[in-house]
Design a protein around this ligand. Structure first.
Ligand code: GDP
Length: 314
């Protein structure tokens, strides 16, 4: 298990086309998490179909980057308002967000939608002004637009004091300075800001297990796969747990497999601890919003808002 202080759990939020996929791709490549031969064929976060063909279904929504001795878990968020519940749930799973804004286009409707959700969960966003290489990029105006949006959305003073990183995901460059000539030939400014500004998980591994099922995936070999953040304690493969449904009914179940994330892949792990973002399988009828807990301490976590069709999956 990773030392808790070396974990960073973040969500990445943006209006469509502002560069989420390209940015995560470059971060994977530069951190060396991607092996070079994979980089060519796979695009981060939309490689699901490719992976399915190979029979190793991955969760495009979850990416993990090894940067120095840190593990940066990145959860992708849908930008569309139909997925408000999902965005909200993801915001509860992370300790910080990267808000990506096109340095020419500026803030857009989906920027506002996802930023509102992040601010409501008391997260302090890091702003990545992307596409700084665009000839018509207007970084200082766009930073003002972002600031206005924060104010309009009722950001706290702490949230208003956001860090801005200027980047070109396309070129793989970044800098703390707005001038395009000052771009450094790597994404260090982004990595450094993430590890220095986003807090490590603070949950305790010494308390009874508690895990909230936040996202779901399905795979024909594994069945339902529950994804979330371990809120308390430690979980192990093969462990018997209590599952508490949304009505508070408790039953026992056994976890078959546990998975962590490396790059775009899900990898089997033996155990995980509080603060880790993991996937688990073996609980047949598990659903979003249910709590997996220590059978001797079957305490449910607060009920989550669910407003999209994901739940109707059988
Ligand atoms: P997403 O929808 O947020 O995942 O956006 P993508 O990463 O798919 O990028 C959308 C488009 O913008 C693609 O054509 C990218 O090549 C382009 N793009 C992404 N980052 C940059 C950048 O830093 N500079 C420029 N000029 N184009 C970029």
């Amino acid at each position: 298990m990773h030392s808790r202080d070396k974990i960073r759990n973040i969500a990445i939020i943006a209006h469509v086309d502002h560069g989420k996929t390209t940015l995560v791709d470059k971060m994977l490549q530069q951190s060396g998490t991607y092996r070079l031969n994979e980089a060519v064929q796979e695009r981060a976060m939309d490689s699901n179909d490719l992976e399915r063909e190979r029979g190793i279904t991955i969760l495009a929504k979850n990416t993990a980057i090894n940067y120095k001795d840190y593990l940066i878990n990145i959860v992708d968020t849908p930008g569309h308002a139909d997925f408000g519940g999902e965005v909200e749930r993801i915001m509860k799973m992370v300790d910080g967000v990267l808000l990506i804004v096109d340095a020419f286009e500026g803030t857009m409707p989906q920027t506002k939608f996802v930023l509102r959700k992040a601010l409501e969960q008391n997260l302090k966003p890091i702003v990545v002004l992307n596409k700084i290489d665009r000839p018509a990029a207007r970084p200082s105006e766009v930073v003002d637009m972002v600031l206005d949006l924060f104010i309009e959305l009722g950001a706290t003073d702490e949230q208003l004091d956001f860090t801005v990183v200027y980047a070109s995901a396309l070129m793989g460059t970044s800098s703390m300075e707005p001038e395009v000539e000052k771009q450094e030939n790597n994404m260090e400014a982004i990595f450094q800001t993430v590890v220095s500004k986003i807090p490590a998980p603070t949950e305790s591994i010494d308390e009874p297990l508690q895990f909230l099922v936040t996202l779901m995936d399905y795979n024909e070999y594994l069945g339902r796969i529950a994804i979330g953040r371990l809120n308390r304690g430690i979980v192990k493969q093969g462990q018997t747990v209590a599952v508490i449904n949304r009505e508070g009914i408790v039953k026992q179940a056994r976890i078959e497999k546990l998975f962590g994330f490396v790059g775009l892949k899900r990898i089997e792990i033996e155990q995980a601890g509080a603060g880790d973002i993991i996937a688990l399988s073996g609980i047949k009828d598990i659903n979003i919003g249910e709590t997996i807990a220590d059978p001797n301490n079957p305490e449910a976590l607060p009920v989550l808002k669910i407003d999209e069709p994901t739940l109707q999956m059988t």
